[in-house]
Design a protein around this ligand. Structure first.
Ligand code: ATP
Ligand code: MG
Length: 452
């Protein structure tokens, strides 16, 4: 109560209030708002609080896109929010938020926050990693105006009131969305210094939305880019994965290079970008992932990691065989483990991806074995599809024979008779039943497809 009174006084003191756009002015049909978000804002309002849909969802709706998720911002404290809903959970310690559940859906509800100079570095990620000792100090609630000022870009600082069907904006985000501009709120240098990850976010949003970065926002980036070295790898990794799996990865990586931001973020990406021989593979991988996302399929972090680390793994595999005389299988497994361990130390990505990554890699050599029953067995492998997609990318990137990829494409589509004929040309294979011999094949047989 007291705080809301203070808010009112504060607002009256503010030089100018928000610009409020009506339904006619912003054009967002209410039925585009997720029912769960509508329910959440309505319940909060009925309890006497203000509640708005915020952030990416409003921006995406304004652009006629389908939002990924709906966030709600309110002047109710997390405890007050929880008291309003039957199914709600408090999350986080430093910046508490509330998850409100409707069926299987979750709406994230945040209390308006005031910007504290050294506390405002992103959302969830930093909460875990930075200043763990300062639990309550940073949980500073604020007015909507303050909340808007601590957000990163004007197009991300829009507040939509579904009841009145109004957009409230404090920083010209609607106009910027229409002009397709990414513009940071406040002084660019200061805001990027506060949180260098915002530079990556600028590039990510520009790529995702096909916006340009406003010249004043862009100007300090080249100089400040090295500040990213101070950000914990785990946070950079998360932000990069968002970019790489956004459906606009090709443009995103291009944008990073254009801004001079591609160095030192993901060491393995650096390595690929520095080696002209590896670039076609990277582009094939990004292109393929973008296509998949745009067709509504999910893109998996494991598949992306398998792509980014493929060359490192391959090199280690080859070295194990050539220098240390290991068998192909032993060399493969040692190389996979070592490359993943090394990256995990640097990037802190979860162990649960390992299984899939290793399977995708290990399947690659099996695609070369086209005789006997092996192709049928491979077809039945639970990761066949991922392995096959990976093979296609390798072929397009010049890392595997196109003929091999085409053969597998035909094989998956062929009927029984055709399949038998396709296999016959590679000899009897398993019919002779000498699996041991075949397993001891020479490395030369593998290098045919550039695997070894
Ligand atoms: P996406 O559709 O990619 O999720 P988004 O705008 O929802 O885009 P999020 O990373 O989910 O982006 O963040 C939600 C909101 O939180 C943003 O719209 C922005 O207002 C605010 N925000 C996130 N990260 C930062 C940051 N580093 N600095 C300031 N504000 C941020
Ligand atoms: Mg979001």
């Amino acid at each position: 109560m007291i705080r809301r009174f203070i808010d009112k006084v504060f607002r009256r003191k503010a030089k100018s209030g928000p610009r409020i756009l009506t339904r006619e002015q912003h054009g967002i049909p209410r039925d585009r708002i997720h029912p769960c978000a509508l329910k959440t804002t309505r319940a909060l309002r009925q309890a006497g609080y203000s509640a708005f849909v915020v952030g990416g969802a409003v921006r995406d709706l304004l652009l006629g896109r389908v939002p990924k998720d709906f966030d709600v911002a309110t002047d109710a404290t997390p405890e007050q929010v929880r008291a309003v809903f039957r199914r709600a959970r408090l999350i986080g310690r430093r910046f508490q938020i509330v998850h409100v559940y409707c069926g299987a859906d979750v709406i994230e509800v945040t209390t308006f926050r005031a910007a504290t100079p050294d506390a405002d570095e992103g959302e969830e990620d930093s909460r875990v990693t930075a200043d763990d000792g300062l639990l309550l100090r940073d949980n500073v609630f604020g007015t909507q105006q303050e909340d808007a000022a601590r957000r990163d870009f004007t197009v991300n600082a829009l507040y939509y009131d579904p009841d009145k069907e109004e957009i409230w904006e404090w920083h010209g985000g609607v106009e910027d969305a229409r002009a397709r501009v990414i513009r940071i709120i406040g002084d660019p240098t200061q805001r990027f210094r506060e949180d260098p990850v915002r530079m990556l976010r600028a590039a990510r949003f520009a790529a995702k939305l096909d916006f340009r970065i406003d010249p004043a926002t862009r100007a300090p980036i080249a100089e400040l880019a090295p500040m990213l070295a101070r950000i914990p790898m785990a946070r950079l990794f998360d932000e990069m994965m968002k970019l790489l799996l956004s459906g606009h990865a090709e443009r995103g990586v291009h944008q990073l290079r254009a801004e001079g931001l591609h160095r030192g973020i993901l060491p393995m990406l650096d390595a690929i970008l520095d080696d002209p021989a590896r670039q076609p593979f990277l582009h094939a991988a990004l292109h393929d992932t973008d296509e998949r996302v745009r067709q509504g399929h999910s893109a998996s972090p494991a598949f992306m990691l398998a792509c980014l680390l493929w060359f490192d793994m391959n090199e280690a595999w080859r070295a194990n065989q050539q220098d240390d005389g290991m068998s192909a299988q032993a060399a493969l497994h040692e190389a996979m483990d070592r490359v993943l361990e090394r990256q995990r130390d640097a990037l802190a990505f979860p162990r649960r991806f390992d299984g899939t990554i290793k399977e995708i890699w290990a399947l690659q050599a099996r695609f070369e074995q086209r005789s006997g029953a092996r192709p049928y067995r491979l077809l039945m492998h639970p990761r066949f599809r991922a392995g096959y997609d990976f093979l296609l990318i390798r072929a397009r990137g010049g890392d595997a024979p196109q003929e091999l990829a085409d053969w597998w494409t035909r094989f998956t589509q062929a009927d029984e008779g055709e399949r038998a004929a396709m296999i016959a040309q590679f000899g009897p294979g398993d019919a002779k039943r000498k699996p041991r011999r075949r397993r001891r094949r020479t490395p030369a047989a593998t290098s045919e497809a550039g695997v070894a």
